[in-house]
Write a protein that binds this ligand. Structure first.
Ligand code: B1M
Length: 208
């Protein structure tokens, strides 16, 4: 839609001020918050990421887009549908040494928007932190994000530890740029999702 173009433009240019203003205007005009997230902020972040990967921009420019994304996200967050009474069901985190947050954050937001409770451990989460949180929250599902090759290499041992310390029905779901459906099976996960929409579908299917 045409009203999303200025938002995509602001994020890809890395203009946080324009991003926040555009989100504010769109919300005031009654635009749907999930649409602004998906068709605006996320689409722009994908474009910025693709430009960086194609070496059409440098890291500082990518970082400016990341910044604009999060500022716009913060402005939008309060208006996204929440999960008032959903109990915590999914424990989510990016694995140790890996600091990529955006994709994981989107998975969390979309799960919450769909009524699934999430405990988000953040990024750079060690095996011990996962195990401790699992004992504390007893989630039905653990979601692991891995974006770096180095993160993917940890998955077999990490998933092995989670399984031996969790209950036997525990389901482990993986996602992120470093994994795909084949790798997910190889590392011992129960499922893989390529984006946040697919993650919601997968996880809801595993819960019920
Ligand atoms: Co970095 N990075 N990065 N990076 N970065 C990648 C991952 C990379 C593929 C880019 C590249 O070089 N081609 C590459 C990894 C290569 C590899 O190891 N094989 C890479 C690298 C090398 C690095 C650094 C080492 C760069 C450096 O410093 N030289 C460094 C590492 C830091 C660290 O983690 N220790 C680094 C840093 C950064 C930034 C800080 C600049 C920034 C992250 C900012 C942040 O997250 N706060 C960044 C970014 C933005 C990217 C790319 C370009 C874009 C990622 C992104 O946000 N995409 C990325 C390229 C790529 O992913 N192909 C790249 C938008 C987002 C909406 O999509 O992340 O795919 P995505 O998330 C999706 C799905 O993956 C899925 O749903 C999400 C939403 O739809 N998903 C799940 C994610 N988690 C899921 C979990 C699930 C299910 C689905 O179930 C639990």
């Amino acid at each position: 839609a045409a009203y999303l173009a200025p938002l995509v433009d602001a994020v890809t240019r890395g203009d946080a001020t324009a991003t926040v203003q555009t989100v504010g205007r769109a919300l005031a005009g009654g635009r749907d918050s999930l649409r602004l997230l998906d068709g605006g902020l996320v689409r722009a972040m994908r474009q910025a990421g693709a430009r960086y990967e194609a070496k059409q921009c440098h890291l500082p420019e990518l970082l400016m887009s990341v910044d604009a994304f999060y500022e716009g996200f913060a402005r939008l967050k309060t208006r996204l549908p929440g999960s008032a009474d959903a109990g915590p069901r999914v424990l989510l985190g990016t694995v140790q040494g890996d600091l990529h947050a955006i994709g994981k954050d989107l998975v969390r937001i979309l799960l919450e928007a769909n009524g699934v409770g999430v405990i988000d451990l953040g990024v750079d989460v060690s095996k011990d932190r996962f195990v401790a949180a699992m004992a504390r929250y007893r989630p039905a599902i653990i979601g692991l994000s891995a974006f770096l090759t180095a993160a993917r290499r940890q998955l077999p041992a990490l998933i092995g530890s989670l399984r031996s310390s969790g209950n036997e029905n525990l389901k482990v779901v993986v996602g992120g740029a470093a994994v795909n459906a084949v790798i997910a099976t190889e590392v011992g996960a129960d499922g893989y999702a390529r984006d946040a929409v697919a993650a919601v579908k997968l996880i809801r299917g595993l819960i019920t």
